[in-house]
Design a protein around this ligand. Structure first.
Ligand SMILES: Cc1cc2nc3c(=O)[nH]c(=O)nc-3n(C[C@H](O)[C@H](O)[C@H](O)COP(=O)(O)O)c2cc1C
Ligand code: SF4
Ligand code: SF4
Length: 312
């Protein structure tokens, strides 16, 4: 994971280009006047889909939908998403955690599976991250029907750490996350206000951001495929079945010999943070010292609630 200069600047597309041409490039943001069509509609008719391994992206998506007239839906619900997209107006939003400057597999598959319904829509993209992704929001455009052209708003949100077994990134819960959440709420308020006013902001779309993102994302396909069947369970497992119940890809099941895997891990870290015995690890096989509980303090309940929804 890389760190990135925090001196982001607001540039018009022209000044962004000329800076890039000069070999500079602090720009991670493009802010430009609203497109005519967005102003005409006032940005109405938005449905926001989220995937959240441990609750951070759910928090951002829901906070936004409290401030902006938008429907908020988890992609883990049992729903007719094509019908929801068709009925949901002209703008579709996505919110997801970034993994190695890349989009989670479940979100990629969701966008690809509903490409036809998404065709011709305008897009809002929110990406949550621990420190830095470069172009975490832009990364989704590789899977959108019209690439980056119809994206009217993209933003990154710094959120608490869920990589609970990587010692350099300590896990914090409860009031220790208050400051980060206040900052995220402020960004949500700004996003809602700017989208309403037709302001187009595209975080992570500058050439410098994309280049920085690629320096991480180039490794992600290899990491993802290595991790797919690399779940480890240690002897402290009490076979409670929780990990199998909450795994978003159905990768885990409880068999006669304990927890079994089907080769479909997408490294969301949900099971690693949920296991009451810290018995399960993926990708990095160190026992977590402290589990991340999610913004609500109970991301397990939230994820189960989302997956249980069965509206249209
Ligand atoms: C496998 C994995 C890879 C991650 N890679 C990054 C990264 O490249 N940059 C970053 O800032 N955060 C990274 N994170 C942190 C998450 O993106 C961040 O905590 C996110 O808000 C979690 O959202 P969720 O609770 O909705 O799953 C990673 C987390 C995981 C589990
Ligand atoms: S949640 Fe933990 S203890 Fe329960 S079955 Fe899974 S690995 Fe075992
Ligand atoms: S096995 Fe664990 S980390 Fe992998 S997809 Fe399932 S819940 Fe997520």
């Amino acid at each position: 994971m890389m760190l990135f200069c925090k001196h982001s600047t607001f540039l018009t597309p022209e000044s962004s280009k000329s800076r890039a041409a000069r070999g500079g490039g602090r720009c991670i943001l493009i802010l430009r006047p609203a497109s005519r069509s967005l102003l005409e509609t006032g940005g109405s008719g938005l449905i926001l889909f989220y995937f959240s391994g441990t609750g951070n992206s759910r928090y951002v998506a829901r906070a936004f939908c409290e401030r902006y007239p938008a429907q908020c839906r988890s992609i883990e619900e049992h729903a007719d998403f094509d019908a929801l997209i068709a009925a949901g107006g002209d703008t579709v939003g996505f919110c997801y955690p970034v993994y190695g400057s890349s989009v989670p597999q479940l979100m990629r598959e969701f966008v690809q599976a509903h490409a036809e319904a998404l065709s011709g829509k305008r897009f809002v993209i929110f990406c949550t991250q621990l420190i830095f992704s470069g172009d975490g929001a832009h990364a989704l455009t590789a899977f959108l029907p019209q690439g980056e052209s119809n994206v009217i708003y993209a933003e990154h949100f710094r959120m608490p750490n869920n990589l609970c077994n990587v010692p350099v990134f300590p896990v914090t819960n409860g009031p220790k996350n208050d400051r980060l959440l206040r900052l995220a709420q402020a960004k949500v308020r700004r996003a809602a206000a700017e989208i309403s006013r037709g302001i187009v902001r595209r975080r992570g779309f500058s050439r410098a951001s994309v280049r920085l993102g690629r320096s991480q994302s180039v490794f992600w396909p290899g990491v993802e495929s290595a991790a797919a069947k690399d779940v480890w369970i240690d002897e402290s497992c009490v076979r409670c079945g929780l990990c199998a119940r909450i795994c978003p890809t159905g990768n885990l099941s409880l068999g006669e010999n304990g927890v079994e895997q089907a080769g479909r891990c997408m490294v969301c870290y949900r099971c690693v943070n949920a296991c009451p015995k810290s018995a399960i690890t993926v990708l990095i096989h160190a026992k977590p010292r402290r589990r991340y509980l999610g913004v609500s303090g109970n991301f397990i309940r939230d994820a189960e609630e989302d997956a249980g929804r069965t509206e249209i």
